[in-house]
Design a protein around this ligand. Structure first.
Ligand code: SAH
Length: 406
């Protein structure tokens, strides 16, 4: 048996760790040879191969299928509080280009595994930070993380939004509340690409705002297709796409979302940008049903946006998810005038870009339209993807132009 705190990986199961993938699953552990004596859940363990060779060191959770998340591949590196500070500083430094932009004060500072900080999300919203501790290993060092963030960023307040399903898989309950400084106001107003948005960090989705859709907002702010267009914004949330399209001269916008509180915030989004008098039609409805209603009314649009929530939560939902994506894309393509544009997204990591493109193609066949891809979207640079961790890539989108009836 190994020394206390050492996990031995079964023969052949060390390959992914050798390729620096940071997850060690329960089934890959040789329980007989490992020694977890005295290791607290969330504590640090060393992972070794069957030959005793060092593979990595990380935090351990006996309640999670992902037993260990590797923090360091360097045997000489100590993993105390100072380690977290150094890694967080590295992640912040890599956002240098964003930090310097005067037109923007909201972005992701730490993107978990892809920043070498498994289980930790940190978003900046103006003077405040919002964090998510997705794992037990992060939960036990949360106070050190807060201290490091205060030191590195001098925020006015740090708020925690650890109310995510991922925590339940780690044996943790939700944790929401102020961790440091002043309570963030509701709404907190952020600026991105010169546009102002109200954000409710207490109850909004994710940490309050879809920071990952910055490139789509840039497209809407800049592209001539938007000017004079009748726009349908499906899954509109608090109206970030609505404001961008309005600022770029859309003739009218219809926004559909199933959440009345999200739709209610659209008025604030418009007001903050001098768009109080802009004609937005807000419809609280299920997009699947509403698109059929538009078909029955023979209502058509020049630009349709589909930015649904994650349909594929796990591999067993993949079939149903692709069916859902195909359905809304088919219905949307059917509602576009010839020459019109569809902006369509998927944030399901399990639906890769190739599959997504195939689904949209299938939708075009069913809608009986000929269409071409005129733009590609992904998550922006503050949501990086570590090459060793392709799971970090989740957001993909296409700009599709409808040529006519196929
Ligand atoms: N594009 C948005 C973000 C979309 S998030 C932005 O600019 O910020 C997804 C949204 O879909 C959420 O607001 C959620 O309330 C809504 N939603 C989820 N399922 C829905 C459904 N079936 N019909 C309508 N809206 C739905």
């Amino acid at each position: 048996m190994a020394k206390p705190g050492i996990i031995i990986v079964k023969a052949g199961r060390e390959k992914s760790l050798e390729r620096r993938h940071p997850w060690l699953f329960s089934g890959a552990i040789d329980e007989q040879r490992s020694n977890l004596e005295g290791v607290e859940p969330g504590g640090i363990v060393e992972v070794r191969g069957i030959d005793g060779g060092f593979l990595g060191r990380g935090y351990y959770n006996p309640h999670s299928q992902i037993r260990v998340r590797i923090l360091s591949w360097d045997q000489t590196e100590a993993l105390g509080p100072g380690w977290w500070r150094i890694r967080i500083a590295r992640a912040i430094a890599s956002r240098g280009a964003l930090v310097k932009r005067p037109d923007l004060d909201a972005y992701r500072l730490v993107h978990a595994e892809s920043d070498g900080l498994p289980g930790l999300i940190v978003d900046r919203y103006g003077d405040y930070l919002v964090i998510q501790a997705l794992t037990l290993g992060v939960e036990v060092v949360k106070q050190h993380i807060v201290e490091a963030l205060v030191d590195l960023m001098q925020p006015r307040g740090i708020f925690e939004r650890s109310d995510v399903d991922a925590r339940h898989k780690e044996g943790l309950s939700d944790a929401v509340g102020l961790l440091y400084g002043e309570e963030p106001p509701t709404p907190l107003v952020i600026t991105e690409q010169g546009v102002h948005y109200p954000v409710d960090v207490h109850t909004g989705h994710k940490t309050g705002f879809y920071l990952d859709q910055r490139d789509a907002r840039a497209w809407l702010l800049a592209h001539p297709e938007v000017q004079g267009a009748e726009v349908l914004n499906c899954f509109s949330y608090t109206g970030s796409f609505t404001a961008c399209a309005a600022l770029n001269g859309a003739a009218s916008i219809t926004a559909v979302d199933s959440s009345q509180p999200a739709l209610d915030m659209t008025a604030q989004t418009m007001q903050l940008n001098g768009l109080s008098d802009y004609p937005v039609e807000l419809i609280c409805a299920d997009v699947f049903k509403q698109l059929r209603e538009f078909r029955d009314e023979e209502r058509e649009f020049d630009l349709i946006i589909l930015d649904p929530p994650k349909f594929a939560q796990s591999a067993k939902h993949l079939d149903r998810a692709t069916f859902g994506y195909k359905d809304i894309n088919m219905m949307a393509l059917d509602r576009l005038r010839p020459g019109g544009t569809l902006l369509t997204f998927s944030c399901s990591g399990l639906v890769g870009p190739d599959l997504f493109q195939k689904v949209v193609f299938g939708a075009s066949i069913d809608a009986g339209v000929e269409a071409q891809i005129v733009g590609w979207f992904s998550q922006p640079a503050d949501h990086p993807v570590l090459l060793a961790f392709p799971e970090g890539h989740y957001l993909k989108g296409l700009a599709i132009r409808v040529l006519g009836q196929g």
